[in-house]
Design a protein around this ligand. Structure first.
Ligand code: DX5
Ligand code: ZN
Length: 248
């Protein structure tokens, strides 16, 4: 427990630890981290590297640490599931050594089942795949868990929460896309924010444990709506790196 405790202390200045939670969390530090994030009163900030200056990723990661980022969100695009191509395992492997913050790898790729192990080996801590990109989402969650990582299921704006019903029990994170995936700097789709409220209600009713993460179009104007809806983790790319987010 103590190493987890010190790990967290390094990144959070105000920590109200519930020791009953600690007692029940005996697995890896990131499992603890998920429980911790969910128990926090305010959401965690996950800056997206997509809007960083790719010629200096080290500087971008320093900015994330200095400006209260708690998770590094890494958008992987394959040119098929979405039109553009970003970066993959080699880049993740080389930036892994730059920070101890968890890497939240958002796979916007078709057939994510072919990529899980290599992203886990490259240094991903959370692996989010798209429900729309695979015929076997339940198996993909199992594969991520078999690698000892946290499994996130992402849904596009056109996919309803009901499509997730058979996965909610085993997923660690539900990633709600509040823009169509593929690009940073788009406008939030307000109707997608309602999915957060829906997921929160289901989590309470069924006693599930997933974190609710929101991705896309979060800026100084839209941040409060996402916070008010009850998101646990908030991704921000362009507003974070433009320094216009006004997080605190
Ligand atoms: C879009 C990505 C997002 C993107 C968000 O497909 O999944 O993570 O970086 O960028 P902003 O915050 O600029 O909408
Ligand atoms: Zn993303």
């Amino acid at each position: 427990m103590s190493s987890n405790f010190f790990y967290l202390r390094k990144y959070f200045f105000v920590i109200e630890l519930d020791y009953s939670i600690i007692e029940h969390v005996k697995c890896c530090k990131f499992c603890f981290y998920l429980v911790f994030l969910k128990s926090m009163k305010s959401p965690a900030l996950a800056p997206s590297l997509l809007s960083a200056d790719f010629s200096s990723l080290e500087k971008a990661i320093k900015q994330i640490e200095e400006k209260n980022g708690q998770v590094v969100h890494i958008d992987v695009m394959d040119g098929q599931f979405v039109p553009e191509i970003t970066y993959g395992q080699p880049v993740i492997r080389s930036i892994r050594k730059l920070t101890k913050l968890p890497f939240d790898v958002h796979l916007m790729v078709n057939f994510p089942e072919d990529q899980i192990k290599s992203f886990a080996d490259a240094g991903a801590d959370w692996i989010d795949f798209h429900l729309e990109a695979t015929n076997h989402p339940h198996r993909v969650i199992q594969m991520i868990h078999d690698c000892g990582k946290k499994a996130g299921v992402a849904i596009n704006p056109g996919t309803p929460v009901s499509a997730l019903s058979e996965l909610l029990e085993s997923a660690d994170i539900i990633l709600i896309m509040t823009v169509n995936p593929g690009w940073g700097g788009q406008k939030i789709i307000p109707s997608c924010v309602k999915k957060v409220v829906e997921l929160k209600k289901i989590r309470e009713e069924k006693g599930y444990n997933y974190l609710i993460e929101v991705d896309g179009g979060v800026n100084a104007e839209t941040l409060s709506s996402v916070k008010d809806a009850g998101a646990d983790v908030i991704v921000s790319g362009s507003a974070f790196f433009n320094d216009t987010l006004n997080w605190r």
